[in-house]
Write a protein that binds this ligand. Structure first.
Ligand code: A3P
Length: 337
């Protein structure tokens, strides 16, 4: 695609508004096409900055990767609670746990959003100040990641995917908060054509699927529906993968269960901070406070938290069509939804 920002000329100008505005767009969804993927227009400069080396890797980095509306918020909470359990016990006896005062997005930042903010300076400052091992998140396709993440033996990636039908319904509800006129049928059509946020969805999943097959010790591939079915088993696996397995004493004390309870949909949705009609969290770390801009209030990240809600929004015909598109694109990969 000649208009992608992958040419040297466009690279030179990328980051400047002019270069972003030269990329193909899907204005209805605030998207730009960048290196074969559809990304949020305002995040393009951050992606370019990261690709150009603005992100300085550190041993032990953990990147949580997902397409939007696939369980990112939940994964951020679970990974944060698991990694920090030594300092912040997740049990009910610790009412001051950061996740009881702050939205998960204020505990684990999106890298490309950080590097897009304030000319990129905020990104480096926040990243440098995060304590090791650092936890960060991205919606980037695997193909967009710099080698400092994708090929770094000291960096682990945890990916979460979700049935694209539920992802789409979730995305529609979310997008309507800032675009009330968005018709579900328009979003559906865009998704089938690969032009929705983080599309093409099949490429997003395949990139991480293939990476997890090639390097299972560096890329953990999770499914939202599997996590709903067996959250504790998945948290135990997550802890093991991150090099922080639950000790027999922790297992006996039910620490993994505590993590799951702390991060459960019902608990998180009911927290004052996540009910509040505000973005950002008063209780978040001073580092991340104020970094999130205010388009979406905290409550928008918690809707139903179930599998199968697509049936309330799609006809069987639509479901067959989207399933068919996915099957066709994923054929031969060894992966299916
Ligand atoms: P629904 O809109 O289907 O309810 P993301 O975090 O990637 O933006 O995804 C949001 C989806 O995850 C929403 O799905 C939301 O309700 C669900 N979700 C948020 N927190 C969750 C949690 N703690 N457990 C399970 N699902 C959660």
């Amino acid at each position: 695609d000649a208009a992608d920002a992958s040419s040297p000329l466009e690279e030179q100008h990328a980051g400047a508004g002019a270069a972003v505005s030269a990329l193909p767009s899907n204005p209805k969804l605030f998207l730009r096409r960048y290196q074969g993927t559809w990304v949020l227009e305002t995040w393009v400069p951050g992606i370019v900055a990261i690709q150009r080396g603005a992100f300085a890797p550190r041993r032990g980095d953990v990147v949580l990767a997902s397409a939007p509306k696939c369980g990112t918020t939940w994964l951020k909470a679970l990974a944060f609670a698991t990694m920090s359990r030594g300092v912040h016990p997740p049990g009910a006896g610790n009412p001051g746990h950061p996740l009881r005062r702050a939205n998960p997005h204020d505990c684990v930042p999106f890298m490309e959003k950080l590097f897009a903010a304030g000319g990129g300076g905020i990104g480096s400052r926040v990243m440098d100040a995060l304590p090791s091992p650092r936890l960060m998140a991205t919606h980037m396709h695997h193909s967009l990641l710099p080698a400092s993440i994708a090929e770094n033996p000291d960096c682990k990636i945890v990916y979460i995917c979700r049935d694209p039908k539920d992802m789409l319904v979730s995305m529609w509800h979310f997008s309507r908060k800032i675009r009330p006129d968005l018709e579900f049928s328009d979003l559906f059509k865009a998704a089938c054509e690969g032009r929705c946020l983080s599309g093409p969805t099949w490429d997003h999943v395949l990139g991480y699927w293939n990476a997890s097959k090639a390097s299972p010790e560096r890329v953990l591939f999770l499914r939202y529906e599997e996590m709903l079915r067996d959250p504790v088993g998945n948290v135990i696996e997550l802890a093991r993968f991150l090099g922080r397995p639950f000790s027999p004493a922790e297992e006996a004390a039910g620490v993994a269960v505590d993590v799951v309870r702390l991060c459960s949909f019902e608990k998180m949705k009911d927290l004052e901070v996540n009910r509040a009609a505000s973005s950002g969290s008063a209780g978040s770390s001073p580092l991340l406070r104020g970094v999130r801009e205010g388009a979406f209030v905290n409550s928008s990240y918690f809707r139903r938290g179930e599998a199968g809600d697509w049936a309330n929004h799609m006809t069987p015909e639509m479901a067959r069509r989207l399933d068919g598109v996915m099957e066709e694109r994923l054929h031969g990969s060894g992966f299916s939804f």
